[in-house]
Design a protein around this ligand. Structure first.
Ligand SMILES: C[S@@+](CC[C@H](N)C(=O)[O-])C[C@H]1O[C@@H](n2cnc3c(N)ncnc32)[C@H](O)[C@@H]1O
Length: 192
């Protein structure tokens, strides 16, 4: 058997293992790595850009990295750390960030991206939010309930939580934005 004969099998096995990995981790997490839509990403970036100056952003469950990249591209002075525990989306997000840093210099934005965007493997329920000025979430009601206590205990005064779709239980949003997408997705903004 020639090496070229096994290449399709290797590729098919790789795709199958990747899909299995995503399905298994989604089942464990209770949520798939579905990315926020373009309209929602713009709404979140718009909210972040209302906060002036330097800010340390933590994205709890950063998926494929598209939301973090949009925010960092549109919000000068901000740094973002995405926390993700699903291997395939995590690797993809690191690849995306690496490509973005290298591909964007032509527009001048690449230099600005350098060192401002990173994706780390971690469990968002065990991560520390003590140094976060802004937290981004696109999760599910059970996750928001688990994170609500953690945010109350750990976030510094003045920190902002921006949550796509799901409200933080027991906390009044300072602003709720309804996006112009077909689902009329809500984005909740909280201040601590
Ligand atoms: C709906 S996706 C949102 C992805 C991204 N924030 C976006 O808006 O495009 C939720 C992500 O949270 C991740 N996630 C769920 N539970 C997690 C945990 N305990 N620790 C880290 N990531 C988690 C999932 O793997 C998934 O990628």
């Amino acid at each position: 058997m020639l090496i070229v004969d096994i290449i399709p099998w290797l590729l098919a096995s790789g795709v199958l293992l990747s899909v299995l990995s995503i399905v298994l981790q989604s089942w464990r997490n209770g949520i798939s790595p579905m990315p926020a839509s373009g309209v929602v990403r713009q709404a979140v970036a718009g909210e972040v850009s209302r906060i002036s100056g330097y800010a340390n952003i933590v994205e709890a469950g950063s998926g494929w990295g598209t939301l973090g990249l949009e925010v960092i591209r549109r919000c000068p002075g901000k740094r973002l750390t995405g926390i993700e525990n699903s291997s395939i989306p995590l690797w993809a997000s690191r690849l995306l960030a690496g490509i973005a840093v290298r591909m964007l210099p032509a527009s001048g934005a690449g230099e600005q991206l350098h060192g401002r965007l990173r994706y780390v493997r971690g469990d968002m329920y065990r991560s520390s939010y003590e140094h976060a000025d802004i937290v981004l979430c696109y999760l599910f009601p059970g996750a928001m309930a688990r994170l609500a206590d953690k945010f109350r205990q750990e976030l510094p005064p003045g920190a902002v939580v921006i949550s796509v779709c799901f409200a933080l239980p027991g906390k009044q949003a300072v602003r709720t934005i309804t996006c112009g997408d077909a689902l009329r997705t809500k984005v909740y903004v909280y201040s601590y």
